[in-house]
Design a protein around this ligand. Structure first.
Ligand SMILES: NC(=O)CCC(=O)C(=O)O
Length: 300
């Protein structure tokens, strides 16, 4: 069945005040979601997005401490009342109260084998948990003198791709470092996603260089809308996020962008832009898979 793609309003919450107290983080996130759901004076959003790791400080030592069991299995019914995750319960409740689709950024998730994942959860306007995405590519980098970070110290990478149908668009999910891997975005687009959404938290070294570049690249490569949602910058925290949450259209134009502080960014997603981009520059039907059939066969 082909997914309907209709105009809709997207709101990104560049959340601030993410501290050590999880209950405070959840309270604050709920309050800003309620505010975002009011709209920007023009239109109430159809979909609200939170940033990566919105309920805990961002750092590998924190993930196991803040991790919550979610236990979502795609395609199986999920009972929110039985769920052990306070973050999932809050997100489900506020999605229902606001009658809005909600992409709950990400939270550390633990499974029954003691593995911890960086997981995004998605709620429909009735509060049902309809999709999850476990960050596939862990953020392990070392730029001497600038930044060293190793999520794999405590996290396990997810092993599947995640797309969902919101009724007004098919949406592909990734988390932060996942945006550096064009294969994930290309598969989502080839499977019919119109919009790719990455809760993220780039840093002050790579953020200025790559955050916008990667967002616009994934949008132009695949002729889809791309949106990246960061926490606000907090120079008193252990990790300094770049901020600059943004929404990019299939031509690579930035439709809305935050600064470094807490802010809500709204944009209207117009399907016509995707269709006219694909008609004018038809790369999506000009690919030469006979020349480059499977890049994984080539050595590094
Ligand atoms: N949270 C992350 O995955 C950060 C990714 C990042 O900063 C990068 O440069 O990539």
């Amino acid at each position: 069945m082909t997914t309907v793609f209709r105009p809709f309003t997207l709101a990104l919450i560049q959340l601030g005040s993410i501290g050590a107290n999880k209950a405070d983080n959840l309270r604050h996130a709920r309050q800003v979601i309620l505010q975002a759901a009011q709209g920007n004076g023009v239109k109430k959003p159809d979909l609200i997005v939170l940033p990566e790791c919105f309920n805990s400080p961002y750092g590998h030592i924190h993930f196991p401490v803040y991790a919550e069991p979610i236990g979502f299995v795609p395609g199986k019914p999920y009972d929110i009342d039985q769920c052990q995750s306070e973050s999932v319960k809050m997100l489900s409740t506020v999605a229902r109260e606001t009658s809005t689709w909600l992409i709950g950024g990400s939270i550390p998730e633990c499974d029954s084998n003691g593995k911890v994942f960086n997981t995004c959860t998605v709620y429909d306007p009735k509060g049902a948990l309809v999709a999850t995405h476990r960050k596939v590519h862990l953020f392990d980098i070392d730029i001497p003198g600038q930044i060293k970070f190793k999520e794999s110290e405590t996290l396990t990478g997810g092993s599947s791709l995640s797309h969902f149908d919101a009724g007004f668009a098919k949406i592909g999910l990734g988390i932060c470092y996942d945006i550096r891997f064009p294969e994930l975005a290309m598969i989502a687009a080839r499977q019919g996603c119109h919009v790719l959404i990455y809760p993220g938290a780039f840093n002050m070294t790579t953020g200025p260089l790559h955050w916008e570049l990667l967002s616009r690249s994934r949008a132009v490569d695949n002729q889809v809308f791309v949106s990246v949602c960061s926490p606000a910058r907090d120079l008193s925290a252990g990790y300094h996020a770049w901020g600059h949450s943004m929404i990019v259209d299939p031509m690579g134009r930035i439709l809305g962008e935050a600064g470094a502080e807490e802010e809500i960014v709204y944009a209207t997603i117009e399907p016509e832009v995707l269709y006219s981009t694909r008609t004018g520059i038809p790369v999506t039907v000009q690919r030469r898979f006979d020349v480059y059939p499977d890049v994984s066969k080539f050595p590094n």
